[in-house]
Design a protein around this ligand. Structure first.
Ligand SMILES: [Fe+2]
Ligand SMILES: [Fe+2]
Length: 174
């Protein structure tokens, strides 16, 4: 099958769904398992989200009608909630606590809801906005971007913003 950015993003959503399912099965005794899973979730989530924000979403918005622009605004708002509150709150919890379990569940719920909305609404719209050739080009661009210093820097910046938001407004102590 030809390369297609929408397929790549959907595959990454599926990988995240799997990781959240695994996380849901862990207990307070699985300190290392939970830390490893959180790391994998961040590695799957952050580059994906940053690239969507920097490349895919703006290109989508440019081509969108009113409905599309509303869908775009919704997606951006969900990214902000996850990056500035939900993920940093989880990172502030110790993996040996039920706070960690609860916050991991909330992150999973946000991400799964968001991924499903992208797939059912945004990507559906994008399929008619972008030609197969453009989708293949975006796919290549995304794969090339990953692992570059610019990507590492953007990811670092996103995590720092989350940490700062957390410091300014910390969650209740776990
Ligand atoms: Fe997204
Ligand atoms: Fe996505």
């Amino acid at each position: 099958m030809a390369a297609d950015i929408l397929k790549t993003l959907k595959d990454e959503h599926d990988q995240l769904r799997e990781l959240f399912k695994e996380m849901e099965g862990t207990t307070e005794r699985a300190e290392k398992g939970r830390m490893d899973l959180l790391e994998k979730i961040k590695q799957g989530l952050i580059p994906h989200a940053v690239w969507e924000e920097e490349v895919f979403y703006p290109e989508f918005k440019k081509r969108a009608d009113r409905d599309g622009r509303k869908t775009h605004a919704e997606a951006v708002a969900e990214h902000r909630a996850v990056e500035l509150r939900v993920l940093p709150d989880l990172e502030a919890a110790s993996p040996t606590t039920t706070e960690f379990a609860g916050r991991a569940k909330v992150l999973g719920e946000f991400v799964k809801h968001h991924a499903t909305e992208e797939e059912d609404t945004m990507f559906k719209m994008a399929r008619s906005m972008f030609s197969a050739e453009e989708r293949a080009q975006l796919d290549e661009q995304y794969k090339n971007w990953k692992g570059t210093p610019a990507a590492a820097q953007a990811i670092e910046k996103a995590l720092l913003k989350g940490a700062e938001a957390n410091k300014a407004n910390p969650p209740p102590a776990a």
